[in-house]
Design a protein around this ligand. Structure first.
Ligand code: KIV
Length: 263
């Protein structure tokens, strides 16, 4: 995937879209050599990289630092950077400052959560020539209002609200929408109703694409993973084994050997 136009083209062709998060240069370089279509510099980095208990701790400055690192890796992928907590809720001009920092850091698009109350901000960002990805369903920046990380869209009123938000985001000019932890039938309805692609995470298989957090996919973070995560590697075990082999080699005087030593 080279540009934002590919998102619509892939949906029209019925070709699924794969996205992963990356927060730093070394992992972005690996993603860059894979077939994965795009990279999200998600505000989940506050939890995964910095050990916070929610995404609320991410700031625009922090997002810009990680976006720069990913962009520097030159992965050759479409880069989407998250607008962090409250950065688009204090009016158009402060939202545009945040957008400017993220785009100058190397993002090709920004993502933000929800629509109600900041629809004018979204319109303005899109109108300024910056592609916007929407994000509805479980919106982690609203975790305290949602009462926890819970599946959304199970009641009729929630389902109707999600359908309305999705239509509004398409009308505002978003190029794509993340559906996080949404009942499968609601995600399927929204996907069928929109011309822009839906990207699911815990939203079943009918969405136009999927996104996963890289550390979850690689099995590096051994905390309890949500049901929607598939681990493609036991990265935690492999990395620990490598460390223990190094430790044993050092203590057993096997490392460094002659081949790792200068004459
Ligand atoms: O921050 C993030 O990683 C995200 C994805 C889970 C969609 O928003």
């Amino acid at each position: 995937m080279d540009t934002v136009r590919d998102f619509a083209a892939f949906k029209a062709q019925g070709r699924k879209i794969s996205i992963v998060t990356a927060y730093d240069a070394w992992s972005a370089r690996i993603v860059g050599r894979s077939n994965v279509d795009a990279i999200l510099i998600g505000d989940s980095l506050a939890m995964v990289m910095h050990g916070h208990s929610s995404t609320l701790s991410a700031t625009v400055g922090l997002m810009a630092v990680h976006t720069e690192a990913v962009a520097r890796a030159g992965a050759g992928k479409f880069l989407i950077a998250d607008m962090p907590f409250l950065s688009y809720r204090s009016g158009v001009s402060s939202a545009m400052e945040a957008v400017g920092l993220l785009m100058r850091a190397g993002a090709h698009a920004v993502k933000l959560e929800g629509v109600d109350g900041h629809d004018e901000v979204i319109r303005h960002i899109v109108g300024s020539g910056v592609p916007v990805m929407g994000h509805i369903g479980l919106t982690p920046q609203s975790v305290h209002q949602l009462g926890g990380y819970r599946v959304q869209g199970r009641s009729d009123s929630q389902a109707e609200s999600l359908r309305r938000q999705a239509r509004a985001l398409e009308d505002l000019g978003c190029f794509s929408i993340v559906l996080e932890c949404v009942s499968e039938h609601v995600a399927a309805d929204i996907t069928a109703a929109l011309t822009i692609p839906t990207i699911g995470i815990g939203a079943g298989s009918s969405t136009d694409g999927q996104v996963l957090v890289l550390q979850d996919l690689w099995g590096i973070d051994q905390k309890h993973a949500p049901r929607f995560v598939r681990r493609y590697l036991d990265g935690d075990c492999l990395l620990r084994q490598a460390l223990d082999r190094y430790d044993a080699d050092v203590k057993g005087r096997q490392f460094p050997g002659p081949e790792e030593t200068y004459s």
